[in-house]
Design a protein around this ligand. Structure first.
Ligand code: FMN
Length: 330
C-alpha cells in the first residue's frame, strides 16, 4: 500500500502491530518489516512534540510511502503543542497519531512525557482532546501502562481508560506491566515487574466498545492468536525486532486471513536490493539499513554467519548490496 489507509482498515491492521521502539523502528526498519507483512500496523519511534513544534525537526516525520499503514507516536504533555504536532503528522499523511503514555526513560520523564502521565489522567484527556480537535478523520490513539510506581493497576487502569473513552479515544494499547519511574532502568522495566495479562483481558470485558490491544512479552504468533481470542489487537516489540520473520513472515496468512504465499527469508533479503541501492546512492550507509536485518534468519542454519558478515562489513566504506548476497545462508 502506498496510500493512506481508511479507518476501518486501520482497526483491522491493528490486530497485529509492531511497537514503537526508539532507535529501532526507524524508516529503514519499517520498510524491511513491511516486506514481510502487507497488513500489520507499524509504529514509528517516538517523536517529541517539542522537537517538531519548537525545533521544527520535520525530517523526523519522513517515511517511505510503502510503509502504510503507519502510525506516528508522539511524546508530549502540552495540549496546544501536541495539537500543533498532530497537525504536522496529519499533513504528512500518517494513518494514525499515537500518544506515548508508557515509556519510563529518564529523558522522557524530565520532559514530562510517557508513563509519568499515567499519574495525570485529566491532563492526558486534555492532550487527546486537543489532538482529536485537529486530527480530522485520522485516529488519535494512546499507548499506556497498567499503572506506575505505587499505583494500584486494578483501580487506575479502568479509571484511565474511562477518561480516554470520554475524551473520544476509541483505540488504546496497554503494555501489561507497571512502569517503575525510579530505581529501574528503562531496559529493566521492560521485564520487571511481572506482566498482568488477566487485568488487561478484564479491561476488554469492562470496555467492550474500546478497541484494546495488549502489549508485553509476546514471543510468537501462537501467542498472538491466543491473545486475539481475548483482545482486539496485539502489539509486539522486541520479538518483532529480533525475530522479525517469526512474527511477520506468515502474519498476513495467519492473522489477517490472506491467501497469498508468504515470501521466504531469502526473498525478503533480496527484496531489499532496490531500497538499499537508493539509500546508498543518496549518500547513506549500508549498515544503517542492515542493522535492522540481523535477526532475519534467527533460529535458522546460517544465522550466525549472516549476522557476522553484515555486522563486520556493512559499516565499511563502499559496502553495498553485494555484502547482503554474500551473507545469505546457502
Ligand atoms: C529499544 C526499545 C525502545 C522503545 N521505545 C519506545 C518508544 O519510543 N515508545 C514507546 O511507547 N515504547 C517504547 N518501547 C517499549 C515498547 O514499545 C514495548 O512497549 C515494550 O518493549 C514491551 O513489548 P515487548 O515485550 O513486546 O518488547 C521501547 C522498547 C524497546 C526495546
Amino acid at each position: 500500500m502506498t496510500d493512506k489507509v481508511k479507518k476501518e482498515d486501520l482497526s483491522m491492521a491493528s490486530r497485529l502491530s509492531v511497537a514503537p521502539m526508539m532507535d529501532w523502528t526507524d524508516r529503514h526498519c519499517r520498510y524491511f518489516h513491511r516486506l514481510m507483512s502487507r497488513e500489520a500496523l507499524l509504529y514509528t519511534e517516538m517523536v517529541t512534540a517539542p522537537a517538531l513544534v519548537r525545533g521544527r525537526a520535520l525530517h523526523l516525520l519522513d517515511y517511505n510511502p510503502e510503509e502504510h499503514p503507519v502510525a506516528v507516536q508522539l511524546g508530549g504533555s502540552e495540549p496546544a503543542e501536541l495539537a500543533a504536532a498532530t497537525k504536522l503528522c496529519v499533513a504528512q499523511g500518517y494513518d494514525e497519531v499515537n500518544l506515548n503514555v508508557g515509556c519510563p526513560s529518564d529523558r522522557v520523564q524530565s520532559g514530562c512525557f510517557g508513563a509519568v502521565l499515567m499519574k495525570s489522567p485529566y491532563l492526558v484527556a486534555d492532550c487527546v482532546t486537543a489532538m482529536l480537535a485537529v486530527a480530522g478523520d485520522v485516529p488519535v490513539t494512546v499507548k499506556c501502562r497498567i499503572g506506575v510506581d505505587d499505583q494500584e493497576p486494578a483501580e487506575v487502569l479502568p479509571a484511565f481508560l474511562a477518561r480516554m473513552r470520554d475524551a473520544g479515544v476509541t483505540r488504546i494499547t496497554v503494555h501489561a506491566r507497571k512502569a517503575w519511574l525510579e530505581g529501574l532502568s528503562p531496559k529493566e522495566n521492560r521485564d520487571i515487574p511481572p506482566l498482568d495479562y488477566d487485568l488487561v483481558h478484564e479491561m476488554k470485558r469492562a470496555f467492550p466498545d474500546l478497541h484494546l490491544s495488549i502489549n508485553g512479552g509476546v514471543q510468537n504468533l501462537d501467542v498472538v492468536e491466543e491473545e486475539l481470542t481475548h483482545m482486539d489487537g496485539v502489539m509486539v516489540g522486541r520479538a518483532a525486532y529480533h525475530q522479525p520473520y517469526d512474527i511477520l513472515g506468515t502474519a498476513d496468512q495467519r492473522i489477517f486471513g490472506r491467501d497469498a504465499d508468504p515470501l521466504s527469508r531469502h526473498d525478503v533479503a533480496l527484496a531489499m536490493e532496490g531500497y538499499i541501492g537508493r539509500h546508498i546512492a543518496a549518500g547513506g550507509k549500508l549498515a544503517q539499513v542492515t542493522r535492522h536485518m540481523l535477526g532475519l534468519f534467527a533460529g535458522q542454519p546460517g544465522a550466525r554467519r549472516w549476522k557476522r558478515v553484515l555486522s563486520e562489513g556493512a559499516h565499511k566504506d563502499g559496502a553495498g548490496f553485494e555484502l547482503v548476497r554474500e551473507a545469505l545462508p546457502r
